[in-house]
Design a protein around this ligand. Structure first.
Ligand code: UD1
Length: 421
């Protein structure tokens, strides 16, 4: 099992560039099966989750080629609509194939995704929406089989603005007969990106990025060339790491408007933040104050940056209350931060983080993707050596994070396949 060995205490300094967003790439790659021509997606990060998605597309019969950050998908040879359960189990986002395959081919069979470490993660909103669009759904022996001659536009109100359900339903409705109105939709930038991609292929979607999205179904989608948006969560993680190590970093290739909630919190904490066009800089040589955070659907503070921000808050001046409102069990990283000397208590959905003068290096284990990023940040902040195990979680969402951090002056190495410390 790979591990990172981090010698902490060095401020991150320098300039870096972010790559395309995993959470935009995954639904957009899934949506390519709806087109009747080749699609070229640019800016796609090299990540394990993306590899699983392209493996799924190939298993369905699509021709998929990667050349650098560009992936070409030719969906014309898709021969069946059963998503292989071994690949489905590797990545929850394979549920994104449900809407596109159902809309394009009138049927789909996927295995039911299980819960995961950050919560139950049910898919009831996805299924209810598909039923309202006219699909017959049978759940048996861990499989979900959806059938529809055609899908028909419907009025759908989500109980909670779920990102995945909004995306799945936009895709299904794009090829349905008639108009679909989606209320209480999620507003994340990745949803706007998916809608822009589909529109480039000929779909008619209005209101993406707002709570009410109107989709006029069309009969065909053609191919296109599309560049996905920069990864706001990767950019946010680097900015937090820079501030937490009392450093100064400039990140380019970003959309500052996608990171308003984080930048506001960093400023409240006393971090100097500057942004213009596609560049954000932070500078924080003298430490920072504790801030309170509540995660919320976009444009609120992103749940995916909750763990990284918590790592930063462990050595803030004062006490920070961090409330998780999106996932019910997203505090698994707390135990590992405690091993490094943090002072945190968790009461249901709130973590109280009392700032300590410094963290100390320890052997810790990633529990999930963003929790893993938090441990890397904590390792960079800590005195002494931190060994972070369970890197497969981090590799799902951060492309060669050790190389990026080394370029910014971090002392971090990947130990390949060695025995546990
Ligand atoms: C996406 C992101 C993930 C991010 C999350 C919230 C991708 C690939 N992943 O995940 O990084 O943390 O948005 O911003 O884009 N829920 C239900 N029933 C459903 C669907 C969701 O109860 O049918 C609940 C979930 O359990 C959770 C909340 O709604 O408590 C939000 O989940 P959702 O927005 O759907 O997250 P994902 O799309 O899975």
């Amino acid at each position: 099992m790979d591990a990172f060995e981090i010698r902490g205490g060095r401020p991150l300094r320098g300039e870096t560039r972010v790559y395309g967003a995993k959470n935009a790439a995954l639904p957009i790659l899934a949506a390519t099966v709806m087109a009747e021509e080749t699609c070229v997606i640019e800016g796609v990060p090299e990540l394990e989750d993306v590899r699983v998605m392209t493996d799924i597309l190939r298993s369905l019969g699509a021709r998929v080629e990667r050349d650098g950050d560009r992936i070409t998908v030719d969906p014309r040879a898709i021969a069946h609509t059963n998503v292989p359960s071994d690949l489905m189990k590797k990545m929850r986002s394979s549920i994104f194939l449900m809407g596109p395959l159902l809309a394009r081919f009138g049927e789909v069979c996927v295995s039911k995704p299980g819960g995961c470490v950050i919560g139950q993660r049910p898919i009831d909103y996805h299924l209810r929406g598909m039923r309202l669009l006219g699909a017959a759904i049978e759940e048996r022996h861990g499989f979900i089989r959806c059938l529809s001659g055609r899908l028909y536009g419907a009025s759908i109100t989500l109980d909670f603005p779920s990102v995945g359900a909004t995306e799945n339903l936009i895709m299904a409705a794009a090829l349905a007969d008639g108009v679909t109105v989606l209320e209480n939709a999620a507003r994340e930038p990745e949803i706007v990106d998916l809608a822009n991609f589909l529109s480039r292929c000929g779909a008619e979607i209005e209101g993406a990025g707002e709570s009410r999205i109107v989709i006029r179904g069309v009969h065909h989608l053609h191919g296109c060339v599309y560049r996905i948006i920069p990864d706001r969560i990767v950019a946010g993680t680097i900015l937090i790491a820079a501030a937490a190590t009392r450093g100064g970093v400039t990140v380019s290739g970003v959309r500052p408007d996608h990171l308003n909630a984080l930048l506001g919190k960093l400023r409240d904490a006393g971090v100097r933040v500057e942004s213009e066009r596609d560049i954000i800089s932070v500078e924080c040589p003298d430490g920072y104050r504790a801030v309170d955070v509540r995660t919320a659907p976009y444009p609120g503070f992103p749940t995916d940056l909750q763990a990284p921000l918590m790592a930063m808050m462990t050595t803030a001046e004062g006490t920070s209350v961090i409330r998780e409102n999106v996932f019910e069990a997203r505090f698994k990283h707390v135990n590992e931060l405690l091993r490094m000397g943090a002072d945190i208590t968790v009461d249901l959905r709130a973590a109280v983080v009392r700032g300590v003068p410094r963290l100390s290096g320890a052997a810790v284990e990633c529990t999930d993707l963003r929790g893993g990023a938090a441990l890397v940040i904590a390792g960079l902040m800590a005195e002494g050596v931190t060994r972070v195990e369970g890197l497969h979680h981090i590799d799902r969402g951060y492309q060669q994070v050790d190389v990026y951090l080394r370029d910014l002056g971090a002392d971090i190495v990947r130990l390949r396949g060695g025995p546990s410390a």
